[in-house]
Write a protein that binds this ligand. Structure first.
Ligand SMILES: Cc1cc2nc3c(=O)[nH]c(=O)nc-3n(C[C@H](O)[C@H](O)[C@H](O)COP(=O)(O)OP(=O)(O)OC[C@H]3O[C@@H](n4cnc5c(N)ncnc54)[C@H](O)[C@@H]3O)c2cc1C
Length: 434
């Protein structure tokens, strides 16, 4: 039986491990931190017996790889799929506008949904529809070197359409402001979301913690299929033989040579701490930059929010997610907030909530936690997008995985899982042709 060592226990490593095991390949997974999950993990609030995530994670209908991974490990029931796109947007002054499509008649239902989106004028809605029709005939290669902001200006999108529609979409999907994000990357995901059929554009919301959705279930799957894993074990170096094959793996605890393949599924900043990748890839370091996400979790005495989630138009808070015992407030691309003291952030967020929702009162908050993820995602700018394609493994039995690898997708769960699947498929096809 062939054996693969998988390094890294995030979405990329776990999806690779499960696909290999499903195909009869033995797996041993090594994770440096004491917990599995990588950048997507859960914590526990003892006072309220409540699990909460480091950051709210949402998926979309077009997360095809993620959906097949979660199906494989038996956790699809932890996801709620919208029947059709439906987003309640809150305005200052206690007003809600819905971006809502009907369930049938794609793509006209999308256009009708946009035409009913009252946060912008009819003229602004028509300009957005114009843009989306142009997208049908747009080649991503033609957008290389321009930013999303430049693209929107080129397409004469009005200021309010940018603020109340495009900016929310860009910052939500890329965790990057329009002035930094590559237009080609945005075009790629717009096509995935809106041009691949009705189901692609719906939001998929977890109804359980990340720990339940993919950590516990992946580990059960790995052990159930005869695989194994160690936590708190860090890969330091890989030694290669004279045929350029990975031959020995050196961690801070063990040395391994009883394997046929290796998948290194760590973030790029971690790859640069492993020999010999530190030297091999040091020239690429300059193109990687990272963007923070801020999550504020509030436990409420009484929760009167009626929707499962809200987008907030033109606010420091981008999204509010309602988890019943607690609500989670999310700010993406949070460069301006991430270094502020927690009490200051809390005060600002309370004032924002009070000006958006009459039903929110700060006296109702009984506990809070603030989680600052400084390197939440990489920034998909034009430099990064052009260099990403060149980073590959020159070794015949070693493959890289991780959201940053050449998947064409932004820094998301889907990119991580797709990369894990791609790496595993390369190994499976090598064994089939051997
Ligand atoms: C707050 C927040 C909110 C987010 N929201 C969303 C969202 O709504 N939707 C979405 O799609 N995506 C979201 N993301 C992005 C998503 O979480 C990541 O893209 C995804 O988790 C990356 O998975 P990965 O496996 O590529 O990397 P990681 O999750 O970083 O996993 C890599 C693992 O490798 C381990 N490792 C590193 N070095 C070594 C070593 N030397 N030896 C052994 N192990 C090592 C790390 O400890 C880590 O566990 C969010 C991210 C954050 C932080």
């Amino acid at each position: 039986m062939a054996k693969c060592i998988v390094v890294g226990g995030g979405f990329a490593g776990l999806s690779a491990a499960s696909l290999l095991l499903e195909n009869g390949i033995d797996v041993h997974l090594i994770e440096a931190s004491p917990k599995i999950g990588g950048r997507a993990y859960s914590l526990y609030n003892e006072k309220f017996d409540d699990e909460y995530d480091n950051g709210q994670h949402i998926l979309m209908g077009c997360y095809y790889n993620t959906i097949s991974f979660l199906k494989r490990i038996g956790s699809l029931d932890y996801l709620d799929f919208q029947k059709s796109l439906n987003i309640p947007f809150a305005h200052r002054g206690n007003k809600i506008s819905f971006l809502k499509t009907t369930e049938k008649h794609y793509p006209f239902n999308l256009l009708a949904g946009l035409m009913n989106y009252k946060a912008i004028t009819v003229h602004e809605r028509l300009k957005i529809i114009d843009f989306l029709i142009d997208l049908l005939f747009c080649y991503e290669e033609d957008l290389e070197n321009i930013t999303v902001k430049e693209w929107l200006n080129e397409k004469k999108q009005p200021g309010n359409a940018i603020k109340a529609f495009w900016e929310i979409l860009v910052v939500g999907a890329l965790n990057t402001k329009p002035e930094k994000a590559a237009a080609s990357q945005f075009a790629h995901i717009l096509k995935k979301m809106f041009l691949e059929g009705d189901e692609a554009s719906v939001l998929v919301l977890p109804n359980a913690s990340l720990n339940k959705i993919f950590v516990e279930t992946s580990l059960k799957y790995i052990l159930g299929k005869g695989g194994s894993y160690y936590v708190s074990e860090k890969l330091n170096e890989i030694l290669f033989d004279d045929k350029n094959r990975a031959a020995t793996i050196l961690t801070d605890k063990n040395s391994y040579s009883d394997f046929d393949f290796v998948i290194v599924a760590v973030p790029f900043y971690s790859l640069l701490k492993i020999k010999p990748f530190d030297e091999m890839f040091k020239n690429y370091k300059a193109v990687f930059s990272y963007s923070p996400i801020l999550n504020v979790h509030l436990w409420l005495k009484e929760n009167n929010f009626s929707q499962k989630f809200y987008g907030l138009i033109d606010s420091k808070i981008h999204w509010l997610f309602n988890h019943k015992k607690h609500i989670t407030l999310v700010t993406s691309a949070a460069d301006n907030l991430i270094d502020l003291p927690n009490e200051k952030i809390l005060g600002m967020f309370y004032s924002e909530l009070e000006s958006y929702f009459n039903l929110f009162q700060r006296e109702n908050v009984v506990d809070w936690k603030i989680i600052k993820e400084k390197r939440a995602t990489f920034i998909p700018n034009n430099n990064f997008c052009s260099v990403r394609k060149k980073i590959d493994s020159p070794f015949s039995n070693l493959f890289f995985a991780g959201d940053w690898t050449d998947t064409g997708l932004p820094s998301t769960i889907e990119s991580a899982v797709y990369s894990g699947h791609l790496a595993a498929e390369k190994i499976i096809s090598k064994l089939v042709t051997a």
